[in-house]
Every structure is written in structure tokens, then in C-alpha cells.
Ligand binder design. Structure first.
Ligand code: GLU
Length: 304
């Protein structure tokens, strides 16, 4: 398969395509990004790297961090974890409060904000130094200790975190949050403020394409069974209330973030990350989804 030629074609198609998407502005610092940035990085298990655009430039990973947090939580806890957060698609916006009231404080899945806040609470209870341990985990799976948070994004989100605070308060009232609300909010926002490039995210996501093992040194980060489960949750819940549409169009498990990144995998084949900050009305990168749709169409392979 000539992946570079396929990426060249996707790059050419993108340059002719107009996006009607909008950069996320509810976190004011995110609105400062150049909306025209585009990066794509494909990391194949057998044949190496293919890329174009700003594939090496770091951006705010936002909700893509939810996959790493779930991975850490699943490596620390067994199935008990899923008593506190379910694994069903929500069909609701990522920060919705509505379902949570009906379902008595148990979030639908770990990739909507409510679910990720429960995972943050679990990590705070389990880890000695949650922020450091979380960042160390990212350094371990990327072999890169220079990855850090963007403190401006962190502060900016903290100032406007009314909805996440509301979700936490509601879940605390139902007895599903153990720690202090401020502490959980702070740790959650910290994870979201991490910056990584498409290249670094593709390296990190390689563990999900490679049965839980790092490709660089074969370290087993997560069991193959737990990796399968994370991939299943990415497939059904990775794109807010557009998870069905992403499956329909792209056909790969993945996770998006409001920073405009999408990290995705083809089990046993590759990991791939795309980045363009302009989001569609559901909060997913519009051109990013287009590029991934073209990738699975032009290669002729998806998981379906
Ligand atoms: N930090 C963001 C929030 O909680 C993450 C949202 C996202 O990327 O989906 O609103």
C-alpha cells in the first residue's frame, strides 16, 4: 500500500475543501489558535511514518486525554470501575447534565465529561501524585519527557468550568464522587490542558493498535483484553453524540477533543492522528473527520 501517495491525495483534497466549522471558544485560550492549521500523522506497525502539514506541532489534546486516563484507571482497577461509570453511548452533548439526573449520577461512559470526571476521581484516590503520575504515564507511552501542559489553557478553562463543576456537584450528591470537588476539577482540567503533536499522539495511540504493547520496546502497558475494551468504548462513545456518524463514515475506533484533534487506530495496522481546530456543531474537527474518511476509503480498509 502506498500510504504516502494516499496522504498526498488527502492533502490535495483538503486544500480544495472549505470548512464551515468554528474554533472552540468556550475556553477562551483555545480561540487564539490559527484556524487553518492542519496536521496528519499515520504511524504504521509494519512500515513506519507518513505525514503532512503541521504534524509535529503541539496542540491542546483536551478530551483525547480521556483515553489515557481510562487506560491508567483500568490498569489499576478491575471490573469494579464499571460500577461507577457505564459503557453505553450517550447520544447527548459531551457536557450534558440531563441524563445524569435520570441515571442517578452514574455517567453513560468514560468519554463524556461526567464519566471522565469520575475517572479523575478514581485516579486521585488511587495515585500518590495524580498530576505527576498522569504525565509520567504519557511520557512512558511516548518515550518523550518534554510533553507538558499549557498553563494558559489550564487557567483559562478553570475560570469557565461552571458546567464541569455542576456535573461534579450532581454526582457528589448521588455519592459517585469520593474526593473534594475542587481537587477533581483541577486534576481533570490539568489532563485536558496537555499539549501533544499528531506525531506524539500517534505514538501514544499505538498501544491501542498493538494489543496494549508499546511498539518501541514491546512493554505491555495494558492487557490485550482491556485494550480491546477501550477500543470498543472508543468505537461507540469516542465522538460525543456523533459516534454513530464517525463509525458510519470512517469505521475506526478513535477519540476527538475540542482542540481539534482526532486520534484513531486500525487494530493490528496503524494509529493515525489528524488536527484542524475548526469544529463541526457536534464538537468534532470537521476536516479531521473528512481526512480520516478519505483514509479508510482510499486504502479500502476499515475495521468493518
Ligand atoms: N476540557 C474540555 C471540557 O471539559 C474537554 C472537552 C472536549 O474536548 O470534549 O469542556
Amino acid at each position: 500500500m502506498d500510504y504516502q501517495q494516499i496522504l498526498n491525495q488527502i492533502e490535495a483534497e483538503l486544500s480544495a475543501k472549505k470548512s464551515t466549522g468554528k474554533v472552540a471558544s468556550y475556553i477562551p485560550e483555545l480561540a487564539k489558535i490559527d484556524p487553518e492549521k492542519f496536521g496528519m500523522h499515520l504511524h504504521c506497525i509494519n512500515s513506519g511514518h507518513y505525514y503532512f502539514g503541521s504534524n509535529n506541532e503541539r496542540f491542546s489534546i483536551q478530551s483525547i486525554s480521556k483515553v489515557f486516563a481510562l487506560t491508567q484507571a483500568m490498569s489499576l482497577l478491575g471490573d469494579d470501575l464499571f460500577k461507577r461509570v457505564d459503557v453505553e453511548p450517550s447520544g447527548n452533548p459531551f457536557n450534558s447534565l440531563v441524563q445524569l439526573e435520570y441515571e442517578r449520577g452514574v455517567p453513560r461512559n468514560p468519554f463524556i465529561n461526567a464519566g471522565a470526571l469520575v475517572i479523575s476521581d478514581i485516579l486521585i484516590s488511587q495515585l500518590k501524585n495524580p498530576k505527576k503520575d498522569f504525565l509520567d504515564f504519557i511520557h512512558q507511552i511516548t518515550d518523550d519527557k518534554s510533553i507538558e501542559i499549557n498553563t494558559h489553557v489550564f487557567k483559562s478553562e478553570k475560570e469557565y468550568s461552571y458546567r464541569n463543576a455542576a456535573l461534579l456537584n450532581l454526582m457528589k450528591a448521588f455519592g459517585n464522587i469520593e474526593n473534594d470537588i475542587e481537587t477533581v476539577l483541577d486534576f481533570y482540567i490539568y489532563q485536558c490542558a496537555i499539549e501533544m503533536s499528531c506525531k506524539e499522539l500517534s505514538k501514544a495511540f499505538m498501544i491501542y493498535a498493538n494489543q496494549g504493547k508499546k511498539l518501541s520496546d514491546n512493554t505491555q502497558i495494558l492487557s490485550a483484553q482491556k485494550t480491546k475494551r477501550i477500543n470498543a468504548i472508543m468505537q461507540t462513545c469516542g465522538f460525543y453524540d456523533e459516534a454513530g456518524e464517525f463509525s458510519f463514515r470512517v469505521g475506526l475506533p478513535g477519540k476527538s477533543g475540542v482542540g481539534g484533534g482526532i486520534a484513531s487506530i486500525h487494530p493490528g495496522q496503524y494509529s493515525v492522528t489528524v488536527w484542524n481546530p475548526k469544529l463541526n456543531p457536534k464538537g468534532n474537527s470537521e476536516l479531521g473527520m473528512f481526512a480520516l474518511e478519505r483514509l479508510t476509503t482510499l486504502t479500502g480498509y476499515s475495521i468493518f
